[in-house]
Design a protein around this ligand. Structure first.
Ligand SMILES: Cc1ncc(COP(=O)(O)O)c(C=O)c1O
Length: 430
């Protein structure tokens, strides 16, 4: 890890506990100053310090599948254990003190997550994950019509639009694997009511110029939904500055638990309820039901209480390191890995050089599943497959790719182990 920084406080931001038990503000935008400054407090922690926070990172195991799901720091595990044990009770219903306390904690978690992405609490709906968030918008949007997607989208940002009956247009990619916003500009018409794009590709790592995408969408009165699954753990995200209308992500990729994610929008009031049930109502009769205001209107049933508190602990932990520092660290690892892969004649690299934390590649004459299996024998865990992006695979002309993805705990040893493992694959197939 190149540096661990205490980020500057943000206007009106709530303070939250850090992994160390201290108090930390949660602003994580990149400041225009060195990553660590003496005024920031304790000196940076090293990569090995951070690895010690993750019990899942067992010695000798090189985890390079963080884009699929991140390992969990002890602080998140502890927060979930407390919420499931000593503090456990339902929320929003009980008249007893434990339930009232849990309700406060659940709503504090919402505030924490909202602050983490630069939004307000009433704009953040807790959902099961990005998949559920996109389904929610696709099904309940009042202007169902044409949506512009891109060739690199995850199936989660394709299939919900199909199922909900939208007409789909597909924006092509540039030669280096970015969403081609010049093409998007030519394609967008007033018929489009939605543009839905990945902030960072889960296969290529390509980052999107979100403010420009927002400007293009709004020019034709369309709205912009951003799939932030791969961006939130590795890029500073400020939804207000991005200018999008919806931002979605999954907690388990942000070092938090599975089963929890976030739909952020400043347009929630315009969305009718999606799923019906307890909690999301104002008053129910057999003749007519009225609904709670957003975000509660979108949280039918008993929510994922433990997971919400775990996600807030994850946001604290990540903010305590600084997303800008994580981004710089992952960029350095990507550069080293790409440079070493590029030297091998057998390897074809996909995606742009400024890929955020993710490197996809293929090896001539070897199926990615074989690469993954042989690497596993050397204790290197990568992902091999279509990565839930079959249209992109078709575009790349491959059935699958091998993908290494980094997290805040990744280090040079992981890169070296991967390169050694690939040399072994070459020997076996060579
Ligand atoms: C870019 C992107 N979008 C959406 C998803 C779906 O996330 P989840 O399965 O957590 O809902 C993923 C997960 O891999 C992803 O990488």
């Amino acid at each position: 890890m190149s540096g661990v920084r205490t980020d500057p406080p943000r206007n009106g931001e709530v303070a939250a506990g850090t992994a160390d038990g201290g108090v930390e503000t949660s602003r994580h935008d990149a400041p225009s100053r060195p990553l660590h400054h003496p005024a920031d407090g304790p000196p940076p922690r090293s990569g090995e310090d951070l690895r010690g926070d993750f019990p899942g990172l067992t010695p000798g195991w090189h985890y390079l599948d963080t884009a699929a799901t991140a390992q969990k720091p002890q602080a998140v595990i502890d927060a979930c254990t407390r919420a499931m044990g000593r503090d456990y009770a339902t929320v929003h219903r009980g008249v007893y003190a434990r339930s009232a306390d849990m309700t406060l904690a659940y709503e504090a978690a919402r505030r924490r997550i909202a602050a983490f992405i630069g939004g307000c609490e009433e704009q953040c709906v807790f959902v099961r994950g990005a998949t559920e968030a996109i389904n929610l918008v696709a099904y309940s949007h009042p202007r169902k019509g044409r949506v512009l997607l891109s060739l690199l989208e995850h199936h989660s940002n394709i299939v919900p639009w199909q199922l909900a009956g939208w007409e789909i247009d597909v924006c092509p990619l540039t030669a280096d694997g970015r969403i081609d916003l010049d093409a998007a500009e030519r394609m967008l018409t007033p018929d489009h009511s939605m543009v839905a794009l990945a902030h960072v590709s889960n296969v290529l790592g390509s980052p999107l110029d979100v403010p420009r995408a927002a400007e293009l969408a709004h020019r034709v009165s369309a709205e912009l939904l951003i799939d932030g699954c791969q961006a939130v753990p590795r890029l500073p995200v400020d939804v207000a500055a991005l200018g999008c209308d919806y931002y979605v992500f999954s907690g388990h990729k942000l070092y938090g638990p599975t089963g929890i994610g976030v739909l952020w929008s400043d347009k929630l009031d315009a969305l009718p309820p999606w799923q019906g049930g307890g909690s999301m109502i104002d008053r129910v009769t057999f003749e007519r039901t009225t609904y709670a205001p957003a975000p509660t209107r979108f949280e039918a049933g008993t929510p994922a209480i433990v997971e919400a508190l775990g996600l807030a602990a994850a946001a604290d932990y990540v903010a305590g390191i600084g997303v800008a520092a994580i981004h710089a660290h992952e960029c350095a690892l990507v550069a080293r890995l790409r440079e070493q892969l590029a030297r091998r004649n057998s390897i074809a690299l996909f995606g742009p050089d400024d890929s955020a934390g993710i490197v996809s590649f293929a090896m001539a004459g070897v199926h990615p599943h074989d690469i993954g299996t042989i690497l596993d024998e050397s204790g290197v865990a990568i992902r091999a497959g279509h990565h839930c992006a079959q249209p992109l695979m078709e575009h790349l002309g491959v059935p699958a790719t091998a993908r290494a993805s980094f997290g805040l705990y990744s280090n040079d040893d992981d890169v070296a182990a991967l390169i050694d493992g690939l040399a072994r694959v070459e020997r076996i197939f060579g």
